[in-house]
Design a protein around this ligand. Sequence first.
Ligand code: SF4
Length: 201
Amino acid sequence: MLDDHLDTTLVITDFKQWVYCPRVWYYQHCLPKVRPTTYSMEAGTEAGRAEEGREERRSLRVYGLQGREAEAQREFNVRLRSDKLGLRGEADMVITLADGEVIPVDYKLSETAGQHFKLQLVAYALLLEAMRGCVVTRGFLYLIPLRRAEEIKIDKRLRKQALQAIAEMQTAAQKEAMPAPTSQIAKCVSCEFRRFCNDVL
Ligand code: SF4
């Protein structure tokens, strides 16, 4: 059975899974007992926590905002929610500048800014806009192993992709039907759910 918690809004971390492969999300919710907490999941959470401490001491140079530390407000673990979008989540960091610009930042234990990470960041941007009445034009994926921040423009194309994926995921959650597999078969090779997907390899 899919998530039957009273709160029916979708969680952004689930959304990230959905974008990576809809079936990963489906199995996680339908077969939660078969998926142990993996080392990489725990390592990612730990790395994110450790990054917060460093972030508080770090200058904003990594985001191209050097010299603006005094005016920048940094919030950590920012809870976001929109009933209209049917989505909720917690952004690792939100920077607000004196001119009103709002910039979400997500820490990733990864060396690449994959599409699922980008759309997750866009989802944070959409929630910030819904809650704060601002327009978010960019965000950052902070790639922890590289100690590098990649700027992601929150443009029309990514917004459209994110909204479409949110709508598809909501439909799947209502129907509780198994979605189609990813079209990127390379993802299946090392997937922990491969034994359930008899139709992909
Ligand atoms: S095996 Fe492939 S299609 Fe199935 S859940 Fe994994 S990535 Fe998705």
